[in-house]
Ligand binder design. Structure first.
Ligand code: ANZ
Length: 844
């Protein structure tokens, strides 16, 4: 058999697609559109297996929709601002722009080799002026709509990267990139008012039927709506402030009140600014990060004031007021009433400062003298030790009733709170979109006049300075407008801003005047299917959903709230991990296999320890370079394998054996193709009823169903079955037309997975008109049934026959079946129970 020359054939088709602009798309109002988008990559310089999987999954879908006759938009771009470029450029003494652009061109070439059906004419890059000038315009529009504001705020400060981190970029109290312990620092920052849309973002989740539930739950938790009550506490002491408001979800535990805790930034703190001990305490607090996570795991510390707080439900009960590090200023009112018996954090605090612990909830089965001892009790039960509230069922009755009483007495009111905080978008970094703001001589902020956009990033600047290089860029920073002197904002925008609207830009990537063209977005938006990693379930997806709402807000011309109609989150690509005898990680390339055992390639006496398969990561050295895979096995084999092992939403195990067998399978399909071509040349006359046509219809149904349900791994199994079936059928001398007609359909159905091979085979068959083959439902009906035969209630065999067979005829069949007939033992039949098409029970 002729070898399948994948290199030549794949290259040939990729050139054809490029030259003929096969995937170039335009608005076509007469055609139904399908917008298929995979999350765009950061241009690190090399694609990794995660990209291969993500883009293969998307490509299968895009090609399928295209064959179905949809007008498909399938674009690609680059999330090209961000810290790595700046760091790499600093290390290698390069310009971030040069570094980024060279990475983009390398990765683009690699992606092209995968044979993706991308419309490259729509390529965008977020670090290009053509892109970020529109982002600056959006920023100014949001500023006009008061959705952007500036405030002094504690930030998570990464002392190594010298930048502010979003809460989500702090993992276990450490910076997500640098790994440095994060500090608290007060800075003037720009914020986007995402919290204004908290409820709307929650409501919107209800409409996203084609999103995974787990992602919706994660977003819901992140927005964190809680129902409760705001309560006013009277404060006694020599302060002008006489009331403090707290937010609580557990007003029903008020009789267990034992201290009031304030954030160190609560307005009361102003009266302690001369107190050296308080200042020391405040300093101590700034060592804990600002995230809730950091605060939750950190030690709880407090500073006791001379103030007392009065229990609103019992005027005689007065408890001490503390400042405490676990109270956040930007949640609720920055003040908490402590109930140690029913909140673990309060419990730890009370133990530490020897405060009263009064139990006011008992579990249902306990007596009234129940007492919390080793830990707080936060479960359901009955209220005790609570005067007029005693006996109420916890939580629902007790909370509602307490709120009612507090409202009647004008001591508090029902309140809903959201955890979602406004989005701090300022970054003290060079390689980002400049914020279009200038400051006058009195430090008042003004928008840069729109006619002066874009605010261009200066090029060729010195990066080897501490902090933000833009701050040191005097000739850029200082600017005169209409004779007045200003200085520019030197912070740049968080790169998540760039990725919050890029899908809009793809609709009209060359539109000069504005970020998008309305005719185009009206047609293309929303994205029909978005595909990406679950690691973006909260950040990127929430920011994008917010951004659409922000642009739509008070906007007669644009009204899209949900950018992504369908969402699919794919699993990771995993690989075995290896260590040498000295416990150093070893990459798969450094290993050779001798008689089934793995050794270090450069020292064959050293056996390798095989560890569990884990998601590919540079740190564990268990990565495989897609470029090598494509050049050794071809794009179709790589696509086939990455889809074959497990469903796309689950992790996939990469193995050398696996890719090698996919490679072999491609060769087998090629061999089958040659045999079929020979068969066609014979121009046979005879035809074997409709066996092959029937099979093809069933195959098409399966492939279509599996495509629709993202069961792409099953498609690979379907292809294997098909290969086996056709190989067997070929000696049956099918009539040429029958063979061509069916095989053509098979090839088209396999095109989404193996586009190069299938296109080549179709070409050899001289088929040019290609569209998704429909299947004939009537062909799918089985024309036989399997009837279970029981004798005296015991199953003795199965008879395959035509449906609706009469009892008499069925008995005749049984008599001719020796295996069953022997059980009748020539005895007279007493009774027969016959359920048509299913079962016959013979009693003897
Ligand atoms: C008293 C109480 C008693 C509370 C009890 C809980 C249990 P969620 O559900 O997450 O919204 N809280 C309020 N404001 C706070 C702030 N600025 N910083 C830190 N904690 C704050 O949490 C609401 C609970 O978090 C509130 O209910 C309050 O503690 C605390 F047995 O009030 B609770």
């Amino acid at each position: 058999m002729e070898r399948y020359n994948f290199k030549e054939i794949e290259e040939k088709w990729q050139k054809i697609w490029e030259n003929e602009k096969t995937f170039s798309t335009k608005v076509n109002q007469n055609k139904k559109k399908f917008y298929c988008l995979e999350m765009f990559p950061y241009p690190s310089g090399k694609i990794h297996m995660g990209h291969v999987r993500n883009y293969t999954i998307g490509d299968v879908l895009a090609r399928y929709k295209d064959l179905q006759g949809y007008n498909v938009l399938h674009p690609m771009g680059w999330d090209s601002f961000g810290m790595p470029a700046e760091n790499a450029a600093r290390q290698n003494n390069l310009d971030p722009k040069t570094w980024t652009e060279s990475n983009i061109s390398k990765m683009k070439a690699q992606l092209k080799k995968l044979g993706l059906s991308i419309d490259w004419d729509r390529e965008i890059s977020t670090c290009s002026e053509d892109y970020y000038k529109h982002q600056q315009m959006f920023f100014l529009e949001l500023l006009e709509k008061k959705l952007v504001y500036r405030k002094e705020n504690y930030v998570n400060w990464d002392p190594v990267d010298q930048t502010v981190l979003a809460n989500e970029q702090v993992i276990d109290g450490k910076g997500w990139r640098s790994g440095a312990v994060v500090e608290r620092k007060k800075l003037n920052q720009w914020f986007l008012d995402i919290s204004k849309f908290s409820q709307d973002l929650l409501d919107g989740l209800e409409t996203l039927d084609s999103w995974p539930n787990k992602v919706k739950t994660m977003q819901k938790n992140w927005i964190g709506k809680s129902f409760g009550c705001e309560i006013s506490f009277k404060i006694e002491g020599n302060l002008p402030i006489k009331d403090v408001k707290v937010f609580t979800t557990r007003p029903d535990t008020l009789f267990g009140f034992s201290f009031l805790a304030l954030s160190v930034d609560h307005e009361i703190s102003k009266h302690f600014e001369k107190d050296q001990d308080f200042l020391k305490f405040k300093d101590e607090c700034s060592k804990t990060g600002t995230t809730e996570e950091a605060i939750a795991v950190g030690e709880k510390i407090g500073f006791k004031t001379n103030l007392m707080a009065v229990n609103p439900l019992n005027q005689n009960e007065k408890m001490p007021v503390y400042f405490a590090n676990f109270v956040l200023m930007d949640y609720g009112f920055g003040a908490v009433f402590g109930c140690p018996a029913h909140d673990q954090r309060d419990f730890d605090f009370a133990k530490k400062y020897k405060l009263k612990i009064k139990t006011v909830v008992k579990p249902k089965d306990e007596n009234d003298d129940f007492n919390v001892s080793n830990e707080a009790y936060a479960g359901p039960g009955i209220l005790i030790n609570s005067d007029f509230l005693n006996g109420l069922k916890v939580p629902n009755d007790s909370i509602n009733e307490t709120i009612k009483i507090l409202e009647e007495k004008k001591l508090g009111k029902k309140k809903t709170n959201y955890r979602l905080k406004d989005w701090g978008v300022s970054r003290q970094r060079y390689w980002g979109c400049p914020i279009p703001i200038i400051y006058d001589e009195n430090s008042n902020a003004h928008p840069v006049p729109k006619s002066m956009l874009p605010v261009k990033l200066p090029e060729n600047i010195d990066l080897n300075v501490k902090g933000n290089p833009l701050d040191n860029q005097k000739d850029w920073k200082e600017i005169t407008i209409d004779g007045k002197k200003y200085t520019r904002e030197t912070d740049t925008l968080d790169t998540f801003v760039c990725s919050s609207w890029y899908y809009l830009r793809f609709c009209s990537p060359h539109n000069e005047n504005y970020g998008f063209d309305k005719t185009e977005t009206d047609y293309w938006m929303p994205v029909d299917q978005y595909i990406g990693g679950v690691e973006h379930a909260i950040l990127h997806l929430l920011y994008s959903r917010f951004f659409m709402r922000a642009i739509s807000y008070n906007n007669k011309n644009f009204d899209i709230s949900e950018p992504f109609n369908g969402l699919f989150t794919q699993g990771m690509v995993c690989h075995e991990t290896y260590k040498d005898p000295d416990n150093n990680w070893v990459s798969p390339e450094e290993i050779i296999t001798i008689e089934g055992k793995k050794y270090l390639a450069k020292d064959k006496s050293k056996a390798i320890k095989i560890g569990p398969s884990e998601s590919m990561s540079k740190s564990k050295k268990n990565t495989i370079d897609p470029e090598n895979i494509i050049s050794n096995y071809g794009a179709d084999a790589a696509r086939l394998f990455i889809l074959s092992d497990s469903p796309p939403e689950k992790d996939v195990q990469w193995s050398e054996e696996g890719i090698a067998s996919s490679f072999k399978f491609i060769q087998k399909l090629w061999n089958l193709n040659s045999k079929i071509l020979d068969e066609i040349k014979k121009n046979n006359e005879s035809d074997f009823d409709d066996e092959i046509t029937k099979y093809t219809n069933k195959f098409l149904k399966k492939i279509t169903d599996n495509l629709e349900s993202f069961s792409y791994n099953k498609i690979i199994a379907n292809l294997h079955e098909m290969h086996t079936f056709f190989s067997k059928q070929l000696n049956k001398n099918y009539k040429k037309d029958t063979l061509v007609e069916n095989y053509k359909k098979i090839l088209i159905a396999s095109m989404p997975v193996t586009p190069h091979l299938s296109n080549e085979c179709l070409k050899l068959l001289n088929i040019n008109k290609i569209s998704w083959p429909s299947f004939d439902e009537t062909m799918l009906i089985e024309n036989f049934v399997n009837i279970v035969i029981q004798i005296n209630g015991k199953k003795r065999g199965i008879v395959q026959t035509k449906p609706e067979i009469e009892e008499e005829n069925l008995l005749k069949l049984i008599k001719s079946d020796q295996k069953i007939f022997k059980y009748l033992d020539n005895k007279p039949i007493k009774k027969k129970i016959y359920i048509k098409n299913k079962l016959l029970n013979i009693i003897i």
